[in-house]
Ligand binder design. Structure first.
Ligand SMILES: Cc1ncc(COP(=O)(O)O)c(C=O)c1O
Length: 426
């Protein structure tokens, strides 16, 4: 069989048998079919090479030798054991490492396989915490445009059209609409308006006190929204006044992407629970980390059924995934990728800022190395992504926002290529 025949067969099989995630029936996801990658470049099955600024979970880029070696060695040694009855050495090493990046009391990590599962666990923890402390609460406050995942519990926190589901919401949720347009929210003047909206949500139903406020430090799926400085500390104070836990969604922002190991660290805030995932293994394996304070963890001794958290998966804390995470974090630390993300993000925004107000571009903004061009409509954003792809640059669209999210290992030459592609496409 020629390689052209093989690729044609691969596309046919995919079109006939694969049910692609989050995709309209009939959408051709086998058109862009990739074969291999190296660093920030990815090559499709037809041999065309792209600069990849679209992979939301890419830390070390493709085929990083240290990550590949460590995960392969772990797979050959011991692929996994069940953490509900035993352990492996890497689980403790990784959990200790995460605790070292987080403020003092955030010491206990539950490993799961995805951000969505992380939120199911985090919400169970938050609601159970009220029972353990003799103050039962069920209501959750969240961003209407937040996205915490695809499971019934996690998607019930959101009003994004994609999160609608035909099942009943498991808990009462009060959702906070953005009180200002996305491009105004990053300004310091937006802070009191945004905090007032959360204060209103916390006080909305005195018969249903709030168990937890759940927020992302940057709204990813909700349209690339940067929040005003001081938001997390202000929200921490509101939660303390209301006796609610603060749960922060760092699925996208942690491990260098936001310009620090965690956005909460950067903000100087201690949440009760942090959920992180994507950059942790940089896409080399499926892993999410739910890190809670000792107080939340220790309270589970009072659980009436097993005296602990009734949650977990067969593959929770998979040893190969832990090896990939430890290798990824080594690279992030050794190569100072968090500081570099902050620097490169600033370089990119400075180069792109003159686009603001030209053509369909409404705003240019960023958090760390998440660079956002907000366009006037989703169609205009799609056109930018399509033009960039045509020119060899892969970008991401979320609503009307175009996101450029290169791997954190990208070098200066790569950043220049991303900028060139963006400037040509916008
Ligand atoms: C901020 C945020 N939280 C949670 C999730 C859900 O994570 P997962 O897709 O791993 O279930 C995502 C995924 O895009 C996300 O961006």
């Amino acid at each position: 069989m020629t390689s052209t025949d093989r690729i044609t067969r691969a596309r046919e099989r995919d079109r006939r048998h694969v049910w692609h995630t989050w995709s309209p029936v009939g959408a051709d996801r086998a058109g862009p079919m990739y074969s291999h990658g190296q660093g920030y470049r990815i090559t499709d099955v037809d041999g065309r090479e792209f600069i990849d600024a679209s992979a939301l979970n890419s830390t070390c880029g493709y085929a990083h030798p240290d990550v590949v070696r460590q995960l392969t060695e772990q797979a050959a040694r011991l692929q996994h054991v069940d953490l509900s009855i035993s352990s492996h050495e890497l689980a403790g090493a990784l959990a200790e490492r995460l605790a070292s990046y987080l403020p003092g009391p955030l010491n206990r990590t539950l490993f799961v396989n995805s951000g969505s599962e992380g939120f199911d666990a985090a919400i169970l923890m938050a609601v159970a915490h009220g029972e353990h402390t003799g103050d039962p609460r069920r209501r959750i406050v969240s961003f209407a445009r937040g996205y915490q995942g695809a499971t019934v519990l996690s998607r019930s926190l959101s009003s994004l059209p994609r999160s609608r589901h035909p099942l009943r919401a498991p808990l009462p949720v009060t959702q906070v609409e953005l009180p200002l347009p996305a491009h105004e929210l990053r300004r310091p003047e937006a802070l009191p308006v945004l905090l007032e909206a959360f204060a209103g949500a916390l006080a909305a139903d005195p018969d249903e006190p709030v168990a937890a406020v759940v927020v992302e430090p940057f709204l990813n799926v909700g349209g690339g929204v940067v929040l005003p400085p001081g938001f997390l500390p202000g929200l921490r104070r509101l939660c303390d006044d209301a006796g609610a836990l603060l749960v922060v969604d760092e699925v996208f922002t942690a491990y260098g992407r936001c310009g620090d190991m965690y956005a909460v660290r950067r903000a100087g805030v201690t949440p009760d629970i942090v959920v992180a995932s994507k950059g942790l293994t940089g896409g080399y394996s499926a892993l999410a980390a739910v890190t809670a304070t000792d107080a939340v963890h220790d309270g589970f001794a009072a659980d009436p059924v097993i005296g602990g958290l009734r949650y977990g998966h067969t593959t929770s804390g998979h040893a190969v995934a832990c090896a990939a995470a430890l290798a990824t974090l080594d690279v992030v630390e050794k190569e100072h990728l968090a500081e570099r993300a902050e620097h490169l993000g600033a370089v990119m925004v400075e180069a792109l800022a003159p686009l603001t107000g030209t053509g369909e571009v409404i705003d240019v903004r960023r958090l760390g190395l998440i660079v956002v061009l907000e366009m006037s409509t989703p169609e205009a954003a799609t056109a930018v992504v399509d033009r960039a792809r045509h020119g060899g640059l892969l970008l991401r669209r979320q609503g009307s926002a175009v996101l450029a999210v290169p791997p954190l290992i990208i070098d200066d030459e790569g950043v220049a290529l991303v900028l060139q592609g963006l400037l040509a496409a916008a």
